[in-house]
Ligand binder design. Structure first.
Ligand SMILES: [Zn+2]
Length: 280
């Protein structure tokens, strides 16, 4: 793996999670349907029912670099299994596949900002990071009617600039604590085994919707997760995200986990895996 070790941040993220909620992130999240008057017919799948992850076992599957060319098929599977996901979208692919991004929002999935062209933020000027993120905010809003509410920096790499900019943009940073290595193995059984190995209550799993095998193994994986008692939810449903502040990193302390960089493809692999002009 060529990814440099991620920057170690001195700030104690766990402390922030215990403090009082702030409005920025919470207020922008879709609220569970339980306390609101159901609206007739429109978007029935988006908020059909809420899952209380303080009461049941939850896990969040997250998909980076999309919308990938297999996103449509993945969305069909998620719908069939009544599962919600989080998509960390790359602005350039939202521009190429706006209909997929729109469908993600309509069907109740979370959308996060994964930059426009996938540079390493640790090697990028603050000005350019800001531009990458803002361009993606704008293109997602244009395609879906909503702004992304979280940031996942490419390769999970971040430094103080990223945190400052995320704070300015009023968004928390969401990384992961379980990989699938789907981009490396490209093998259904290996992906299935790796996800189940890393599955834990309230875990955040990193996957990619441009890996065909990830999408083809998903029905089997969702069936098994359900059998093991998991509810597959969007990141914003996890209890630990409720009081996240802008600029804060979730899962707490994940940015210090050097092993995480091996979960993410290198720049070369990432670039060869997808093309905005194919698939749709
Ligand atoms: Zn990525």
């Amino acid at each position: 793996m060529k990814s440099p070790a991620r920057m170690i941040l001195a700030t104690g993220c766990a402390l922030g999670l215990l403090s009082a909620p702030t409005a920025a992130w919470s207020a922008e999240q879709p609220r569970p349907a339980a306390t609101t008057t159901p609206k007739p017919a429109a978007k029935p799948s988006a908020k059909a029912k809420s899952v209380d992850c303080t009461k049941v076992k939850c896990i969040a599957l997250t998909f980076d670099d999309g919308p990938g060319k297999y996103a449509d098929k993945l969305l069909d599977t998620l719908k069939k299994h009544d599962a919600k996901a989080t998509f960390f979208l790359e602005g350039q692919y939202v521009k190429a596949r706006p209909a997929f991004a729109k469908r993600m929002v309509v069907e109740g999935h979370d959308i996060g900002n994964h930059s426009y062209t996938h540079p390493k933020f640790t090697e990028t000027s603050a000005e350019k990071i800001r531009e990458e993120l803002q361009k993606t905010q704008d293109v997602v809003k244009q395609a879906t009617g909503k702004y992304p509410t979280t940031i996942r920096p490419p390769y999970g790499l971040l430094d103080d600039d990223t945190r400052v900019i995320a704070t300015e943009m009023k968004m928390p940073i969401v990384l992961w604590n379980g990989g699938s290595r789907d981009w490396a193995t490209r093998n259904e059984k290996a992906i299935y085994d790796e996800v189940l190995k890393n599955a834990r209550r309230d875990g955040v799993i990193l996957m990619h919707d441009w890996v065909a095998q990830t999408v083809t193994v998903m029905p089997k994986l969702l069936t098994e997760l359900k059998k093991r008692g998991y509810h597959v939810v969007a990141v914003s449903s996890l209890p630990g995200t409720k009081s996240l502040k802008p600029g804060e990193v979730y899962p707490a302390g994940s940015e210090k986990d050097g092993d995480l960089s091996t979960d993410s493809p290198t720049a070369d692999q990432n670039a060869s895996a997808e093309s905005p002009s194919d698939g749709s």
